[in-house]
Design a protein around this ligand. Structure first.
Ligand SMILES: NC(=O)c1ccc[n+]([C@@H]2O[C@H](COP(=O)([O-])OP(=O)(O)OC[C@H]3O[C@@H](n4cnc5c(N)ncnc54)[C@H](OP(=O)(O)O)[C@@H]3O)[C@@H](O)[C@H]2O)c1
Length: 363
């Protein structure tokens, strides 16, 4: 099969590096262009990354000597070489919005990890198993942008990947009315390692800027409905959160409490989790976990270190489901923040967009 040619903008950062490793040996995608800031432009990828390589596997040989372009000034060089780009840049929100629109308007689909376009009403915020129907808004977005091929999709914040997927099949059947969530988030979510953030060794910080607002509001867009040319966010459930930084390298844990309009039995919840599938499983997309939602019966699971890489970091694991004294039930849930929560989730979104014909192999 002829592969799709892929670019990464923000290729030198934490999420960009994940994209680079995920593109190595990908059956549908091959890296054709790398871009970052003007600080990196003109250097080889290896030179540009320098001592900042944070992945456990080495920089792929085929990528080391690729020349890094400027994401801002070499747009046509990037878009001429690729069928779509992944975007993971650390810039001001307005700058990211403008940059991603510039790629889309150059007829290059953008699959973004950034938050800048999450609240643009015709930009789908995809968790491919949960709200795949939102890709149907893309024609309306193309009309607004004046494009034939270019468009933008985004990923949600990494924190919500731990609890929105397990909520989803329950919410559909029994209507969740209230949720309380405390997240325990890894340092890679702040683009850091213990080497670059030594204050986090043996430490807990009870604040992550902007995270609670995103964790409470983004699920409503995910459960929103397409109405005309917009995705209208849902109003339920009411969600309250506290987001805490903990000394884990990778993996966001969530302690979750939930109340329903129609209270299910515990066995019904476990069965719905076990049976839940979306288009990624049905279409057998290359990055799809076979079992998306895993329930552990052991009382001391899931554990961040043991379980966040389940199914290549693309599955969500839950445990400790039990009745609560104030809510109906509580449980614990875990996802990998830079795989399912960032680059891996974006790769899965891109696979879905290719499978559904929204991304074309034009070169
Ligand atoms: N880390 C996570 O778990 C996670 C999860 C979900 C979403 N995200 C989001 O993904 C994005 C990237 O996060 P990250 O953790 O990968 O950040 P990062 O490690 O700080 O990397 C930032 C990237 O942006 C590039 N960049 C900075 N200024 C630029 C400019 N003016 N023009 C073009 N490129 C520029 C950098 O290039 P240089 O190397 O040349 O400076 C680098 O490639 C952020 O929006 C973040 O919120 C992160």
């Amino acid at each position: 099969m002829k592969k799709y040619k892929v670019g990464i903008i923000g290729a030198t950062g934490m999420v960009g590096q994940r994209f680079v490793t995920l593109m190595e040996n990908h059956p549908w995608f091959e890296l054709a262009s790398l871009a970052a800031s003007s600080r990196s432009a003109g250097k080889t990828y290896e030179e540009a990354v320098g001592g900042r390589w944070m992945m456990q596997t080495p920089i792929p040989e085929a990528v080391k000597n690729l020349k890094v372009l400027s994401a801002e000034t070499d747009i046509s060089k990037v878009t001429d070489a690729v069928n779509f780009v992944f975007s993971a840049v650390d810039m001001k929100k307005d700058e990211i919005k403008a940059l991603e629109e510039a790629y889309a308007k150059a007829e290059c689909p953008v699959v973004s990890n950034n938050s800048a376009h999450r609240w643009t009403p015709d930009v789908p915020m995809l968790i491919p198993e949960v709200n795949p129907e939102h890709i149907a808004i893309i024609p309306a977005q193309r009309k607004r942008l004046g494009t034939r091929n270019g468009f933008i999709t985004v990923k949600s914040n990494c924190s919500i990947q731990s609890y929105v997927p397990p909520f989803h099949p329950l919410h559909r059947k029994f209507e969740l009315t209230h949720a309380l969530v405390c997240t325990y988030q890894a340092i890679s979510g702040a683009s850091k390692t213990f080497k670059t953030w030594p204050e986090m060794v043996e430490n807990v910080i009870p604040y992550i800027g902007g995270e609670e607002e995103k964790s409470e509001s983004e699920p409503h867009k995910i459960w929103g409905k397409i109405t005309g040319n917009e995705i209208i966010p849902s109003k339920v459930p009411a969600i309250t959160t506290q987001c805490i930084r903990v000394p884990a390298l990778d993996g966001h844990m969530a302690a979750v409490f939930m109340r329903f309009k129609n209270k299910p039995e515990i066995d019904e919840i476990k069965q719905l989790w076990h049976d839940f599938k979306g288009p990624p499983q049905e279409l057998k997309l290359p990055s799809a976990p076979k079992q998306f939602l895993h329930y552990f019966e052991e009382e001391n699971r899931p554990q961040t270190k043991l379980d966040c890489t389940l199914e290549n970091g693309m599955a969500i694991s839950m445990g400790r489901l039990r009745p609560d004294t104030q809510y109906d039930y509580k449980f614990v849930s875990l996802s990998h923040n830079t795989l399912r929560g960032a680059a891996g989730g974006a790769v899965l979104s891109a696979e879905l967009l290719c499978a559904e014909g929204y991304i074309e192999r034009t070169s």
